[in-house]
Design a protein around this ligand. Sequence first.
Ligand SMILES: [Zn+2]
Length: 143
Amino acid sequence: MRHPTHLNGYASSIGSLAQVLPGRLDDSYFGYKVVCSCSGEVFSVKKNDRPLVIATCKGCQNEIVLYDTNQYPDATPCKDEGPLVQVIGPEGESDFLVCVAYEYPEDDDEEEYTNNDISWCYIYGVPEGLARKSFCVINDETM
Ligand SMILES: [Zn+2]
């Protein structure tokens, strides 16, 4: 199981929420439910055009980086990143569970590549208890 280092300590087993992610998880594609160090699972999320995506825990206001193209060796961050804007779900949701998935290159060699060498990131918001109402926060190829 791999994920970028900024998710260290916050990547929890995705369990049944894997259904909200596109495709099947495998040995180059990993999905997680985001859980705060306070064990909080409900977040508000903001993002900009870098893209940078940050989740803020509703319980303790801890900020967790979910995606940041400045931190991936092969990524090309957008220079005009703009302001961080709060993500609102299709039914006005501002607080929700968060699932993330990171894809690594198919020819990945564990010796050469680091956990920050991701090739794709998906982030989904899941209104509490409503996996079928999940919505995409970001779907971004890093390169
Ligand atoms: Zn928290």
